[in-house]
Design a protein around this ligand. Sequence first.
Ligand code: GLU
Length: 276
Amino acid sequence: MVNASSDYLGRLAPSPTGLMHLGHARTFWMAQERARAAGGKLLLRNDDLDTARCRPEFVEAMREDLRWFGLSWVEPIIAQSARIPLYREALAQLHAGGFIYPCHRSRRDVLAAASAPHDGDENNEPVFPASFRPPVDASLPALTNPITCNWRFRVPDGETLQFIDGHFGEQQAVAGRDFGDFLVWRKDDAPSYQLACVVDDAAMGITEVVRGADLLKSTFRQLLLSRALKLTAPAFYHCPLVTDENGVRLAKRHDALSLRALREHRRTPNEIRASW
Ligand code: GLU
């Protein structure tokens, strides 16, 4: 029975960098099922901050393909690109609290310092070496407008962070060991995914985040940001990733089965869900 007074609010947060594929469909379906079971609602957030990779035609395709699949959300769609002042305010707050510092190291410097090979995924980036940090007592330069260098969050080395994931159960990570200082703002004057996500989940009043397990580690970064910004963090439910018959993550395959292609091949959403 639906509880009409439920305060459950979830969100779907795709990035319009390509067509939606089966992996998105499965995670978003789970998000919808959880919202329904709780008698709550879902919002759709368009994570379009990566201007080099996001394209307007993918926003339209995303809306159409997700609807075709049977997903619904409360309109309007919320575009992150329209919310920059909100992220900038959060950045100023982090700056005032001394949680961040300007970083002049390149991605290449960090990769060269990393011991293990690395797949280039922001969420599983190599640990940023503590030796690259400025000293804690170094004076903090002011934030410029526009921002022309990277700003990183200084993680509390050695602190064990934990949360209970709705699907995977208790999760733990040690700051500075399992993940290091991470970007909050980029030198091309754009907020990082981590910062925008935390600010939005709080501002939108999201009670539970349902998303792919590739973001499990990012949750620890986001919990640190929530704490620094004195925000209430949502609950988290991470979904196992969809892989193909060779164990390759769909999102990493160039020919990932897009919902659009499945639809063109006359597959129906019911049929697709029945195969899960
Ligand atoms: N836009 C992010 C992505 O597509 C997901 C954000 C999230 O669910 O927190 O990977």
